[in-house]
Design a protein around this ligand. Structure first.
Ligand SMILES: [Zn+2]
Length: 620
């Protein structure tokens, strides 16, 4: 079996003397050109996708559903738009929805297509990451066929992008898919295709990353740049540079860092989020993080940290979701509370969660700060795990609805952006659950799973058993070929008070355990050791914003509890805080409303077609 090289392995070998031949081939260029700047090796790294196994539960289900959905999607359909533009035979049905060439269908009497082929790269990426998890040979073969099929449509001028609505947007996703095909599926031509595509796309891009404000001010006929997302390009360009060592990727990545209107002000603490497009600007934080990791740019680390803090403190709902109508609002104006009466498009869920996982993972790796894990799990349990699976015809879940009277609905058009990020994110559950440091292992997410790794000739593992977040106990079983001294770090969520309890082999750890940190247990771990973590999960209320103190969400531990009702119920504060777990096998809670009726309070992941209110009214 060909070894799969992860980003973690790559970065690790970048500083190690025992570089594998693969890394050695890449490294001299990378090391040589970086003499002038200092690449950062973050203190935490992800495990390889293959080193983490998810056991039965909603995270595993979403991963398997997405893997199967895209493994079974016809190659000809996926390649059709690229072949059509290239003038090649283009068999197979149209994909439909956003994916087709723009045109008018006589058959259906409607216009179709929006951004042709936009998610192709993400489907390849999702499959490559799924291959990294499973080692599934049919998946690897499909990735090779798709990359080869795409390469046959690519000419030196990339004429596919002539008169194309959003060249940077689709290039960025193709870039990611090709990098992942190379990295995880060892695709033999992916980086060559990537290089050819990148050279060819340049004439379709502006001279720098353009904010939407700048795009608006450009001449109207300059339509090719309108609403494009050039500011998200650097992340994948820096990754391409790391893969290949080729300087032009680094130069291009640097050129598209949106420093003047975004990262610069953010790095100085100026909140420039208002009125920006939400998902793409959160996604851009990951470009800032790659600038920090690749070039050692402290300014970009500050920009990402500050921007993320502004996101959480001024733009986020109790679910962890953000950006109603895909936009950021002005802090202090009560815009989040107002949005509950104005829109059902409250949070672009698969894309937003994907961007949120990426930035929290980067920040966690760099800072070791548990708050980023807390934020990741809030988005996990209250948004994406409640998303319906993508259907065979491309029907997708897009927006979470936090309106006064909310409901889950399918998105109106097939194969939207959110069908591209969902398979990527579901594979990333594996690399988000555990992280590795020089001195041990961090347990970031609590979910039935196992991580296994080799170190110095020994083989080690941790196995989690838990019903979390529906139970407050997490059990971890240690395995190891030898006894080994290392530190086990457990994320203690900030809400977990009073004092959480950790026991090792049945004996309570005497050191105080501080919520909002990683608890560190250092000892010689041996096969069969058992660790138990018990977290207090108090009920608490969170107002939607300061301007609407009486519009509150009920939370228990990481879970937001949604009021299942046809109209927004109102409660006495104490009655709401005295909600009780329903006496049945579900994860429902019950609270007595102001008019004396019992209201079921249900986590988002267990809501199907029923109406609900994310926020309820407090009686004053
Ligand atoms: Zn989306």
């Amino acid at each position: 079996m060909i070894p799969r090289v992860s980003r973690r392995t790559f970065l690790k070998t970048a500083t190690a003397t025992t570089a594998a031949s693969y890394a050695a081939r890449v490294l001299p260029a990378w090391a040589a050109v970086d003499r002038g700047s200092v690449a950062i090796s973050p203190p935490l790294n992800t495990f390889a996708y293959s080193e983490v196994e998810l056991f039965d539960g909603p995270m595993k289900s979403q991963f398997e559903q997405n893997h199967a959905r895209f493994l079974n999607l016809d190659d000809d359909r996926l390649l059709k738009v690229f072949r059509q533009v290239a003038g090649l035979p283009a068999p197979g049905e149209d994909m439909g929805g956003w994916y087709d060439l723009n045109g008018f269908s006589l058959e259906r009497n409607d216009f179709h297509g929006f951004i042709a082929g936009h998610t192709f790269g993400q489907y390849v990426s999702g499959l490559a990451r799924a291959y990294a998890v499973t080692g599934s040979e049919p998946t690897r073969a499909k990735i090779n066929r798709l990359v080869k099929g795409y390469s046959e449509t690519l000419d030196p001028k990339a004429k596919f992008f002539a008169d194309y609505r959003l060249p940077a947007y689709t290039y960025d996703k193709l870039s990611c898919g090709l990098i992942d095909a190379h990295e995880f599926a060892r695709d033999p031509v992916a980086m060559d295709v990537h290089e050819k595509l990148t050279h060819a796309i340049v004439p379709y891009l502006p001279e720098k990353a353009l904010s939407r404000q700048e795009q608006r001010s450009r001449p109207h006929e300059d339509t090719s740049f309108t609403w494009d997302e050039t500011y998200t390009l650097p992340e994948n360009l820096f990754l391409a540079y790391q893969r290949s060592g080729k300087q032009f990727y680094r130069d291009m990545a640097t050129r598209f860092l949106e420093d003047d209107t975004y990262f610069g002000p953010l790095s100085e603490g100026n909140n420039v989020l208002p009125f920006e497009h939400a998902y793409s600007h959160v996604n851009a934080f990951s470009s800032a993080m790659q600038s920090y990791i690749t070039l050692g740019s402290e300014k970009h680390l500050r920009a990402a940290k500050n921007g993320f803090e502004m996101l959480v403190n001024t733009q986020s709902f109790a679910t962890g979701g953000w950006g109603p109508n895909e936009a950021f609002g002005e802090p202090g104006t009560g815009q989040l509370g107002d949005s509950l009466a104005l829109t059902h498009a409250s949070f672009e869920t698969p894309c937003g969660a994907y961007g949120h996982f990426k930035i929290t993972r980067y920040l966690l790796r760099v800072t070791k700060d548990a708050q980023y894990g807390d934020s990741m799990e809030r988005v996990l349990y209250n948004t994406i795990l409640g998303a319906w699976p993508i259907q065979a015809d491309g029907t997708s879940f897009y927006y979470s609805d936090y309106a006064t009277n909310g409901k889950k609905v399918w998105y109106g058009q097939k194969w939207p952006c959110c069908s591209g990020t969902f398979p990527q994110l579901a594979a990333d559950y594996h690399i988000s659950t555990y992280l590795r440091s020089a001195d041990g292992v961090y347990v970031n997410l609590f979910t039935p799973s196992r991580v296994q790794w080799n170190d110095g000739g020994g083989h080690y593992g941790l196995k989690q058993e838990t019903k979390y977040p529906f139970d407050n106990k997490i059990q971890i079983q240690v395995s190891g070929s030898h006894a080994k001294d290392y530190t086990l770090y457990l994320r203690i969520p900030s809400w977990a008070s009073p004092a959480p309890v950790i026991s090792v082999n049945g004996r309570r750890v005497s050191d105080p355990v501080q919520p909002g940190t990683f608890a560190a247990i250092r000892r010689p771990w041996k096969d069969g050791d058992r660790v138990e973590l018990e977290l207090a999960m108090p009920l608490r209320l969170e107002p939607v914003d300061r301007n609407h103190p009486n519009l509150v969400a009920l939370l228990q531990g990481p879970l937001a509890l949604f009021a299942v009702a046809d109209s927004q119920p109102s409660f006495d504060r104490n009655a709401l805080l005295q909600a009780k777990a329903a006496n049945n096998a579900t994860s429902d809670w019950v609270a007595t409303s102001a008019n004396g009726s019992n209201v079921t309070m249900r986590p988002f992941m267990n809501i199907d077609k029923e109406s609900y209110s994310t926020y309820v009214l407090l009686k004053t």
